[in-house]
Design a protein around this ligand. Structure first.
Ligand code: ATP
Ligand code: MG
Length: 255
């Protein structure tokens, strides 16, 4: 099995805070890997290191065959990234947003027009090219942001909480698109707080304040813990993490 992501003992320290604590994982090509964990647990920090935008404090890894530290530029060029904040220009139209990102990725002419047409169809935005992005509903905005992230045909799609604040019907359409992309061989790394989305991932990793408490298929994690639902599995990880002294200060501060 060809691995799209492999990392070993990945660690990130911000001053005295150990935000990511020796995380090791592997994601096969074409798989959907979901990161779960409470706010501030290190999901985004791990994702940023795997995208080549944040240098690890220690540890090593390869993404799409490239070294995380020495070949970060090659990784950045081959991934599509979409964050919760949907990096769209709200005062540009749907078509103009796609043209803008096509320009960034160096696409032009007939190739750009063809790709734009394909992605408008995928995102069910055909006919809305002239609508201002700022006037789209949350679900449409999300699919436009996804289309922008896919213009350069990335091998790895990285989605950091892509469905936060999006209605259930739009979430379902979005996940159908994601599954279709994975079937085409695109690897997907996604963080989410939704258990229904976690269930649908091929593999999930649960991070609790820097530490990867469990990793495997949803069925494997449920079997290993003896719980029927992922909710219960994760509650057990939280208890285990807290018994190790993790997250206690963070929670105490928020009460
Ligand atoms: N650039 C930074 N400098 C200092 N601390 C940081 C930096 N980036 C993240 N952190 C801290 O690292 C920890 C992990 O943050 P991170 O954003 O990775 O968590 P997360 O799991 O993505 O949380 P959320 O669910 O809220 O998005 C947090 O305590 C955060 O405040
Ligand atoms: Mg985050």
């Amino acid at each position: 099995m060809k691995m799209a992501i492999e990392c070993s003992d990945l660690t990130k320290r911000f001053g005295s805070l150990l935000a990511v604590d020796h995380i090791s994982l592997s994601v096969p090509q074409g798989a959907i890997f979901g990161f779960l964990g409470p706010n501030g647990s290190g999901k985004s920090t791990t994702i940023r290191m795997l995208c080549g935008v944040l240098t690890p404090t220690s540890g090593s890894g390869r993404v799409l065959g490239y070294d995380l530290v020495t070949q970060a530029e090659a990784i950045k060029q081959r991934i599509g990234y979409m964050s919760q904040k949907f990096s769209l220009y709200t005062d540009l139209t749907v078509g103009e947003n796609l043209d803008f990102y096509a320009g960034i990725y160096g696409l032009s002419g007939a190739a750009a027009r063809k790709r734009k047409g394909e992605l408008l169809a995928m995102a069910e935005l055909t006919g809305r090219e002239k609508q201002l992005a700022g006037t789209l509903s949350g679900g449409w905005k999300q699919r436009l942001a996804l289309a922008c992230a896919l213009l350069h045909e990335p091998e790895l799609l990285v989605l950091d909480e892509p469905t936060a604040g999006v209605d259930p019907v739009s979430r379902r359409i979005f996940w159908e698109i994601i599954r279709g992309l994975a079937k085409e061989g695109i690897t997907v790394l996604v963080s989410t707080h939704y258990m229904d989305e976690a269930e649908t991932c091929d593999y999930i990793g649960f991070i609790f304040f820097g530490k990867l408490m469990g990793c495997g298929t949803p069925a494997e994690l449920k079997k290993a813990s003896g719980h029927a639902t992922l909710d219960d599995v994760f509650i057990e990880y939280v208890k285990e993490g807290q018994s190790q002294g993790r997250g206690v200060i963070a929670y105490a501060g928020k009460k």
